[in-house]
Design a protein around this ligand. Structure first.
Ligand SMILES: Cc1cc2nc3c(=O)[nH]c(=O)nc-3n(C[C@H](O)[C@H](O)[C@H](O)COP(=O)(O)OP(=O)(O)OC[C@H]3O[C@@H](n4cnc5c(N)ncnc54)[C@H](O)[C@@H]3O)c2cc1C
Ligand code: SF4
Length: 492
């Protein structure tokens, strides 16, 4: 184990992020690098628990507790502590194809479940993971490792987000020839065109997909299956198909004025922002000089806040219908559950530094939009709500009389979550759906209602996390491998 009394000797520490007022001047990652000794000291805080809750990966009350891909956390904490970084990356890659993504963007359900967290600040698991993989790339330990033998089987993966990439990586290792189809012009799904640069730099995504290309995975971009290439062709040309096309149907807000220009789904804005940066052009949707209202207090909303600030908006407000969470765990939300506590994320920190106030307004909803003579949005009508039980016992928002406000806005971004996969692909393939409209495919074999067609990631699970997408991609790959060859040595 790592140092037996490390958790008693050392405090939890993290390298300081770049100062908010400095980092909003560019689109570089806001995390900074640290020295080796500091990482080793943090790893020494791991107790190597007999039952390591950090890697349990179970759902409690619908939220992840522990690592969904069962990363061997105590093992690599020990290896970091002993300075055995090469062994640490080998151990980390056993369970995680892409630690450089999760090490940057995962909300770290492992840390919420860490035993040290019962009465002290938990082990810095996410930081340790990122340190291992960054070191491995830096040292040149990660090199193309194509499979020694090819199986002669062809698999198509539709969608190049983390589930599609994990699935393709695993199937390629098993020797199958994998072709990944992506409708966007760049590979990576939401890693590329959802999560902004300052959380995950795009050269980091490309570095990994270049490695996969060198290992034999074929990527075909700007090709939408079901539109540019009929699904029948896919079925005819491949021995199996894995659908990893995400859950991109956004939740809308059907209130008066919704049709006005200047009101966009968050993903339209975020994609336009990243694409403009990568193509060295101006964004199609710009926040520059505008009063921006983001509707939705989740992570997508936060990414809109951080991006709007970098585009030099005039002001930013983030509207959330739910009440502000507590700063500490409530008694009905004990360890090892995911801690439902207030998080002031990078976007809010930046708004506080720039404008002197948290941009979030809680327990507030939008009743309508007002436009100018050209049909351009100019104001948002809001009202506060209180949460009360209805006659069926369900918590329901009830408007507070007299709390109406009118907020100026020239750009409104709807970040209220997603309602499942887009319709075209499941309809074309006549696939069964689950009650939440996700593609139905069971947890055991990930096969859809059509033989030889599998499904993984947000398209099967609903909008989730990168780490769950990796888990799903790996498990679907194992099942697909078994389908193709009768058995599988792939882990999952
Ligand atoms: C703005 C935003 C920020 C997020 N931030 C985080 C975060 O910080 N941490 C975290 O863990 N999770 C985050 N998430 C969630 C996470 O990104 C997703 O859960 C994850 O990317 C799902 O992976 P996936 O592979 O299933 O789908 P996606 O990443 O959505 O990839 C699906 C891909 O399929 C492609 N596609 C769709 N239809 C077709 C077709 N017919 N033919 C070809 N290609 C097609 C799409 O273009 C897309 O590239 C965020 C989500 C959003 C929207
Ligand atoms: S739960 Fe925390 S202390 Fe225990 S093994 Fe995992 S990281 Fe180490």
């Amino acid at each position: 184990m790592a140092k037996h009394d490390g958790f008693l000797l050392y405090e939890r520490e993290l390298p300081a992020d770049r100062p908010p007022l400095e980092r909003i001047g560019d689109w570089q990652e806001f995390h900074t690098l640290w020295d080796e000794q500091s990482h080793r000291r943090q790893a020494a805080r791991c107790m190597d628990c007999g039952i390591p809750f950090c890697h349990s990966g179970i759902l409690i009350k619908g939220a992840a507790s522990g690592c969904p891909i069962q990363n061997l956390i105590p093992e690599w904490n020990d290896l970091i502590y002993r300075g055995l970084w090469k062994q640490a990356i080998d151990r980390l890659h056993k369970t995680n194809n892409f630690p450089e993504f999760t090490g940057r963007v995962c909300p770290a359900p492992c840390e919420g479940a860490c035993t040290v967290g019962i009465n002290q600040p938990q082990v810095t698991i996410k930081l340790n993971e990122c340190a291992i993989i960054d070191r491995a790339w830096q040292e040149g330990w990660i090199k193309p490792n194509p499979p020694k033998h090819r199986s002669g089987k062809n698999v198509a993966v539709v969608g190049s987000g983390p589930s599609g990439l994990a699935c393709a990586d695993q199937l390629n290792r098993a020797g199958h020839q994998v072709t990944v189809y992506e409708r966007e012009d760049r590979i990576g799904g939401l890693l590329m065109y959802g999560i902004p640069n300052m959380k995950l730099a795009k050269d980091i995504v490309k570095r990994r997909t270049d490695l996969m290309t060198a290992e034999g995975v074929k990527f075909i971009t700007s090709t939408e299956i079901g539109r540019d290439l009929p699904v029948a062709k896919l079925k005819d040309n491949f021995d199996a198909v894995v659908l990893c096309a995400g859950a991109g149907k956004p939740r809308d807000l059907n209130v008066p004025g919704r049709q006005l220009t200047g009101i966009h789904f968050a993903m339209e804005f975020l994609k336009s922002s990243t694409k403009a940066l990568l193509d060295h052009k101006s964004p199609i949707i710009s926040a520059a000089g505008k009063d921006v209202i983001v509707i939705g207090g989740g992570d997508t909303g936060t990414d809109c806040v951080g991006s709007s600030i970098r585009q030099q908006c005039a002001s930013i407000t983030q509207i959330e219908i739910m009440p502000q969470p507590p700063t500490d765990r409530r008694s009905d939300n004990p360890w090892p559950q995911w801690p439902a506590v207030l998080k002031t994320d990078y976007g809010q920190q930046e708004a506080i530094a720039l404008y002197g106030a948290d941009p979030r307004v809680w327990q507030t909803t939008v009743k309508g939009f007002e436009g100018d003579l050209n049909g351009q949005v100019k104001a948002v009508y809001t009202v506060e709500v209180s949460w009360q039980r209805d006659d069926k016992g369900r918590m329901t928002p009830v408007e507070k009389p007299g709390s109406e406000r009118v907020l100026p806005a020239q750009l409104v971004l709807l970040a209220m979550g997603f309602l499942g996969p887009e319709e075209r692909l499941p309809l074309n393939l006549e696939l069964s759906r689950d009650p939440r409209s996700n593609v139905a495919a069971n947890d055991e074999n990930y096969m859809t209602s059509t033989d030889g067609i599998f499904c993984a990631g947000d398209m099967r699970r609903g909008q989730s996390l990168v780490v769950w997408a990796i888990n799903e991609g790996r498990r679907a790959a194992r099942s697909c491998d078994r389908y193709l060859t009768g058995s599988s040595l792939l882990p999952g």
